[in-house]
Design a protein around this ligand. Sequence first.
Ligand code: PLP
Length: 229
Amino acid sequence: MSESVSPIAAALKEIRARIAVSAAAVDRDPATVTLVAVSKTHPLETARLALQAGQRVFGENRVQEAKAKWPALRSEFPDLVLHLIGPLQTNKVREALALFDVIETLDRPRLAEAIADEQARSGHRPRLLVQVNTGDEPQKAGLSPVDVPDFLAACRDQWRLSIAGLMCIPPVDEEPALHFALLADLARRHGLAQLSMGMSGDFETAVRFGATHVRVGTAIFGARPATPD
Ligand SMILES: *Cc1c(COP(=O)(O)O)cnc(C)c1O
């Protein structure tokens, strides 16, 4: 059976190779880095091309959009893993826990409480990462680094939530390495194994600083169609 290689398959192959080179540079096993393909704004057919090329881990930033695409794809590819990488409103927690395997954007007490309640009700227990606003940018979601220790303690003691790791989106105009180092240090001090950091422009740096998950959209799928406001 001969198949032509789609541009998406070629891009995935190239990114996996670049992850391997970056991992090797710091003596890491490339298998410890998970490529999260960010398919937000792209249609179901585009995500399917990535699935057909062997990609299994995906990121979406909106619950409603994910709900329109992923249940159908999951029935075709039951082993896929879906990450929520965008802000989660408490009134969407029920839908989010039914859809996503990983929620990377836990960032406030009310959301922690809502997730704990919904876990108890539904039995859905997605893996949870805490989003950290490493640049303390007022417009950006995530906890300030200084608030992370108390929040992690409350997740454990008050809501009985098990936290797998930390996630960050560095400020666009700053050296991302400083933010990756800060996130890695916070995770180390709290015994958290997973670090979601690095996007199309900086995933290689993130891998050198210990990322276990890199979230790559544009470099796989091309530019996103403009979203109407
Ligand atoms: C869109 C998005 C990405 C992917 O960004 P690219 O630059 O297209 O790779 C990664 N992380 C988050 C949180 C995003 O919203």
